[in-house]
Design a protein around this ligand. Structure first.
Ligand code: AMP
Ligand code: GLY
Length: 422
């Protein structure tokens, strides 16, 4: 089989790594990939958002399946374009990817079909949004409606903070057109978790639950990031709760999308909050999580390519997908300054040596080769991942590996996985 993975981060490295494992004879391409991925796949210099060039490449190379990592190409219709050209691809159509691409669409769908979520209101005018915030008070959540690269949400503890968020989003347009409309939500309280499933539009195959650590600093302080690390499975999500989330929130979402005439295929990622009134949906993502894929895929015992094909082309209901009950922890090593500005091109040492250790995998998120040397090339640089029979063991192994890897200014959290121990 010939496979094309689209993207260049730790998630895509984990996908390529899992697709390579235990199979012979497959040819894997990654566009554009990174230094770590280039050891396993042939990297092609095509931007992950260049839908036309990706489709042309897939046709010329007769790719059997394309798998898309990042959301932007999905939201912009890469699946529709590939299907129009008769090219097999894994992921939701643009209409289905609105679950991530428009918060107003997602909230509206949940309301219409009774999927438990926050109360919300949608505004196209800043003055009306301000008046609403003043009338309901804080805490309150202000969200840019569109694709704001994961940065469009402000959880405001005070009315002033919410008003400032409206100003920045709708008037200053710090997220561009994504902020021409805002969604204002009731602030829900409780521990968060996320559930990802494979779905062919009718059937749902859940992945093991995973949890990321979004804030930059230990103890969940500091600014939000793309994710500083994560762990799987999640002890806080027991079998009952898991079942309640799948049958009460995820399956009704898939059914709703089918009823709307826009069936959802691919990975659906539900971000949830476990409130005193039960689990509620905070948001959807239309793709694998990053860094969550780096802890979920190492626990997958079934063949990933088979699952992806069945999801895209039918037959998913026949699959008995197997997961390991070991524990997995991923510590993200980021560039100094991330999530703010940072320097690229700094030499990295120790990564290859560590990757040779048993039960350790070093996924590259932002790396490149320069003059034959491995260097930093992004905010999140490496996802240092370890397996163990217990969380204690996985955490110790991951940090022992982190301590062997060096680059100037490397920044990482010391408490990844600690919530799984609590
Ligand atoms: P996002 O950037 O869309 O991943 O959302 C970022 C974070 O905002 C979520 O992980 C939650 O911590 C928080 N959040 C979003 N919506 C709500 C809500 N209605 N109530 C409380 N927190 C929220
Ligand atoms: N780790 C969060 C995400 O993939 O959106």
């Amino acid at each position: 089989m010939k496979l094309l993975v689209v993207g260049s981060g730790g998630r895509e490295h984990a996908l390529v790594w899992k697709l390579t494992a235990g199979r012979n004879g497959d040819k894997i391409y990654c566009a554009p990939g990174n230094a770590g991925i280039s050891a396993l796949a042939e990297c092609v210099d095509i931007d992950a958002e260049d839908i036309d060039s990706l489709a042309t490449f897939a046709r010329e190379r007769r790719i059997d399946l394309t798998v898309v990592g990042p959301e932007r190409a999905l939201i912009h219709g890469i699946v529709d374009e590939f299907e129009r050209r008769g090219l097999p691809i894994f992921g939701p159509s643009a209409a289905a990817a609105r679950l991530e691409g428009s918060k107003a669409f997602a909230d509206g769908l949940m309301e219409k079909y009774g999927v438990a979520s926050a109360k919300f209101a949608v505004f196209d005018r800043a003055d009306e949004a301000r008046r609403y915030v003043e009338s309901v008070g804080a805490p309150i959540v202000v969200k840019a409606d569109g694709d704001a690269a994961g940065k469009g949400v402000v959880v405001a503890q005070q009315v002033e903070q919410a008003l400032e968020a409206i100003e920045q989003t709708m008037v200053e347009r710090i997220h561009g057109d994504a902020g021409s409309r805002v969604v204002i939500e009731e602030c829900l309280v409780g521990p968060e978790c996320s559930i990802k499933v494979f779905t062919d539009g009718a059937h749902v195959v859940p992945m093991v639950p995973s949890q990321d650590h979004k804030r930059a600093l230990d103890g969940d302080r500091g600014p939000n990031t793309g994710g500083m690390g994560c762990y799987a499975s999640v002890p806080a999500v027991d079998a009952d709760l898991f079942d309640q989330i799948i049958t009460g929130l995820i399956e009704p979402t898939i059914d709703a999308m089918a009823q709307e005439g826009t069936p959802y295929k691919g990975v659906l990622y539900g971000g949830l909050i476990l409130t005193d009134d039960g689990p509620k949906m905070l948001e959807y993502n239309c793709r694998f999580g990053d860094p969550e894929s780096q802890v979920v895929l190492p626990l997958l015992e079934s063949d990933l390519a088979d699952i992806l094909l069945a999801t895209a082309e039918g037959g998913l209901e026949e699959y008995d997908v197997q997961w390991s009950d070991r524990k997995c922890v991923c510590v993200v090593m980021a560039s100094g300054g991330y999530p703010g500005s940072y320097e690229n091109g700094l030499p990295i040492s120790g990564a290859d040596e560590v990757a040779a250790q048993e039960d350790v995998v070093v996924f590259h998120a932002g790396t490149a080769h320069r003059n034959g040397k491995l260097v930093t090339n992004g905010g999140r640089v490496l996802g240092v991942t370890a397996l163990g029979d217990t969380f204690d063991e996985a955490i110790r192994r991951a940090y022992a590996a982190v301590d062997c890897i060096h680059f100037d200014g490397a920044h990482f959290r010391r408490d990844i996985g600690s919530r799984a121990l609590a």
